[in-house]
Structure formats: structure tokens, C-alpha cells
Design a protein around this ligand. Sequence first.
Ligand code: SF4
Ligand code: SF4
Length: 66
Amino acid sequence: MAIIISTRCSGCGACLSACPFGALTLTTDQPRGRGKKRAVVDHALCCSCGGCIDQCPLCAMTISLK
Ligand code: SF4
Ligand code: SF4
């Protein structure tokens, strides 16, 4: 599955459109959309295709084979 390295993620959203399964969304670390944005992976939808990895300008994504 795709893994987001949250300390690197800026929440730019560039990876979202790269996922053909809609497994990526943005969330924030505070209620009502406030705070720092970051990407999250829905593990039920991610099939580990790796299509999103190269789309991240900050190298904040990787794949876990577990
Ligand atoms: S690895 Fe593939 S299925 Fe998983 S989030 Fe990235 S693009 Fe989507
Ligand atoms: S492209 Fe990278 S920095 Fe941008 S939201 Fe996705 S994981 Fe975060």
C-alpha cells in the first residue's frame, strides 16, 4: 500500500489525481479543515500500483509491501 511520509507532505494535492482508484484524499490536523493539510491513503482502496509515487514533488510517498 502507499505510505505518506507526513513530515514531508505539504498537502499540495498533486498525488490525488494520479490515483485511478480514488484512494488518496487530503485531511487536516485540526477540526473543520484548519491546520496543516496532508494526504491520507484509504488502505481499503489502494492496490499498491505505485502510480502516485512519482507525482509527489517532495518525495513524500513510498510503497509498503507488507
Ligand atoms: S499506490 Fe496506486 S492505488 Fe495506491 S494510492 Fe497510489 S496510485 Fe492509488
Ligand atoms: S503530492 Fe506529495 S506533498 Fe503533495 S499531497 Fe501528495 S504526498 Fe503530499
